[in-house]
Design a protein around this ligand. Structure first.
Ligand code: URA
Length: 250
């Protein structure tokens, strides 16, 4: 386990150095600093026409605000009755990379922020091992309110909430999505294949490459699966960095 952590730290350090060098030489596929993508850098005419959902003309922060306003004090499904906080999403509104989980747990419900409990701490480490800060990426869930007793969200709850996830992704228009765990992957891909078989291969969500991988909560229960999850994240890093970039150390 400690060896694994050391390896992750080494990989992250190597990745950061590599990005810094490539940024200095002007060849970086992914910016070395916070991965922000100003509206002016998006392809002309892409506003409101590309991506999974059209948030009028607004993308990024403005688009996310439109979607948040539309959610309001959401009462569209029965999860509203038990929630303390609606957990919308957190991070960079112009992120290249979005992580989608299942739904808030107790800690997230308490704090109104996704992935802040034990699984969230592991997710943060995974993000950092990829060479990002948590604030560089965007993190959200399929459902925005905590299912009681952390049960799986039910079909009517997903049906009520998923359109808002779609609109969030439409506002951000990331270059890549990572679906965390069976629930998010199966839901976004409309595919019942077990996560152990979905993971590791890029799929497409409304034209955006999507990598299914294990949920951090599952990795906490079965740390032997961390290597496979890390392989998936390395594939994501490599894809974001683009062709011709030197291979990551393994
Ligand atoms: N698990 C999830 O899927 N999402 C969270 O926000 C926290 C734990």
């Amino acid at each position: 386990m400690d060896d694994k952590r050391d390896e992750l730290r080494r990989l992250a350090a190597g990745f950061r150095t590599n990005l810094a060098l490539r940024a200095r030489s002007g060849t970086a596929g992914v910016p070395a600093g916070p991965v922000r993508r100003p509206a002016s850098a998006r392809p002309a005419g892409s506003e409101g026409t590309a991506g999974p959902a059209k948030v009028d003309a607004a993308g990024g922060l403005a688009g996310l605000r439109v979607v948040r306003d539309e959610l309001g004090d959401c009462q569209r499904c029965k999860l509203a009755q038990g929630r303390k906080n609606l957990v919308y999403g957190v991070g960079n509104p112009d992120a290249h990379l979005v992580f989608v989980g299942e739904g808030p747990g107790a800690d997230e419900d308490e704090q109104g922020e996704p992935f802040v409990g034990k699984a969230g701490q592991l997710l943060t480490k995974m993000i950092e091992a990829m060479g990002y800060e948590r604030s560089d990426v965007y993190i959200c869930n399929v459902v925005k309110c905590r299912p009681p007793g952390n049960r799986n969200p039910e079909p009517d709850e997903i049906a009520a909430c998923e359109p808002f996830l779609k609109k969030q992704l439409g506002a951000i228009r990331p270059r890549m999505i990572v679906a965390l765990g069976k629930f998010a992957a199966q839901c976004l891909l409309r595919d019942d294949t077990p996560i152990s078989r979905l993971r590791g291969t890029f799929r497409s969500y409304e034209g955006i490459p999507l990598m299914p991988t294990f949920h951090p909560a599952y990795l906490l229960r079965d740390p032997s699966k961390k290597k496979e999850a890390w392989d998936d994240l390395k594939a994501v890093i490599a894809a974001l960095r683009g062709p011709g970039s030197p291979p990551l150390r393994t």
